[in-house]
Design a protein around this ligand. Structure first.
Ligand code: AMP
Ligand code: TRP
Length: 334
């Protein structure tokens, strides 16, 4: 039996080289070895001030982007098409130690962002967000959850909830999930290589995977490096970042050649940037082609995603039935 993996992503905008190499690429690679469930979590996206008119489009956008980079349709689901996540989250509300929620660093960060954006408004959903995340994971009895270090605290809480539930019902019902930390590169902003590539820093700080080729090339061409006069003894963050990107694109030979030239002290940054841009463009063009193919069959693909969500929902319904029974709730047998 293959081990089961679950991971989710919020539909909050563009896919860039940072979150692609840092998270999504890993999803694609893991599909060969594991039984994978990948969710686009629209219920979670409601925890911050948001525009209901845009949410659905953002969800489909992300779905087509994920298909473009190589996530298999059968592994994908939309969270709100599996409403049992929300039902289990309610049940888990009653198994979660209240005090732990206030310690979550993501809550601390995002509550101040929410407050700034929306005249002091902070939703209770933002506070209970990790409980819904626990439901996402436990409803499928996932063994592993591939996430970044920033999510470790949420995973720890998920384990606490699972253990408390198991203790209360006197049964090892839920699998206690583990984080799967895979070696993933941290991609920095090409405009400011001291900070991580991210959407929140503004447009010039991230390279969009599905952006126009000309824009990608321009951003790499104008990437911050250093004077290139050999005055520094260690590699500058900007040059390091470009090497990181080249390696992440899988351009091993070009990477080696460039590194050898760098070590000999003869690397011309203009040439180097052109090589990096070629590698990124070659990779992203493949993704764009696959996305365009999917978009050409938009209706069919949307139907398939609804089907895969319905298929995945069966597992969630089975769990809910058992959980309600164990928790002493009324249950209609079906
Ligand atoms: P975001 O789209 O910013 O919410 O990020 C989704 C996930 O992608 C995060 O949990 C990180 O693990 C990863 N990620 C985002 N930005 C980067 C980056 N610049 N480098 C590496 N990983 C990243
Ligand atoms: N909280 C995660 C993030 O901000 C997204 C997420 C929601 C998630 N549910 C999940 C991740 C379940 C892993 C498993 O990136």
């Amino acid at each position: 039996m293959k081990k089961r993996i679950l991971s989710c992503i919020q539909p909050t905008g563009d896919m860039h080289l940072g979150n692609y190499f840092g998270a999504v690429k890993n999803w694609v690679d893991l599909q060969a070895e594991y039984d994978c469930f990948y969710g686009v979590v629209d219920y979670h996206a409601m925890t911050m001030p948001y525009d209901p008119k845009k949410l659905k489009n953002n969800v489909w956008d992300l779905i087509f982007n994920l298909i473009g980079v190589g996530v298999e349709i059968d592994n994908l689901f939309i969270q709100s098409l599996v409403p049992e996540h929300a039902e289990l989250a309610w049940i888990f509300n009653c198994f979660t130690p209240f005090g732990r929620l206030g310690q979550m660093t993501q809550f601390k960060d995002k509550s101040s962002q929410s407050s700034e954006k929306s005249e002091g408004f902070i939703s209770a959903g933002l506070f209970t967000y990790p409980i819904l995340q626990a439901a996402d994971i436990l409803i499928y009895n996932a063994d592993y959850v591939p996430v970044g270090k920033d999510q470790e605290q949420h995973l720890e809480l998920t384990r606490t909830i699972a253990q408390r539930f198991n203790n209360q019902v006197n049964k090892e019902y839920f699998t206690i999930p583990e984080c799967l930390f895979t070696e993933t590169p941290k991609i920095m902003s090409t405009a400011d290589p001291e900070r991580k590539m991210s959407k929140s820093a503004g447009e010039k700080h991230y390279i969009s995977v599905f952006g126009e080729e000309a824009r990608i090339r321009k951003q790499i061409r104008s990437a911050v490096t250093d004077a290139g006069d050999g005055s520094s003894t260690s590699m500058s963050p900007g040059v390091q970042n470009l090497f990181e990107i080249l390696k992440a694109c899988g351009a091993d030979q070009a990477y080696q050649e460039m590194m050898d030239t760098y070590e000999k002290g003869g690397l011309r940054y203009g040439d180097f940037k052109a090589v990096v841009a070629d590698a990124v463009v070659e990779m992203t063009n493949t993704f764009k082609e696959r996305k365009a193919e999917a978009l050409a069959n938009k209706k069919d693909i949307k139907y398939k995603i609804k089907q895969s969500s319905a298929e995945i929902r069966k597992t969630a319904q089975e769990t809910i039935r058992e959980v309600k029974e164990l928790a002493g709730l009324a249950n209609v047998k079906f």
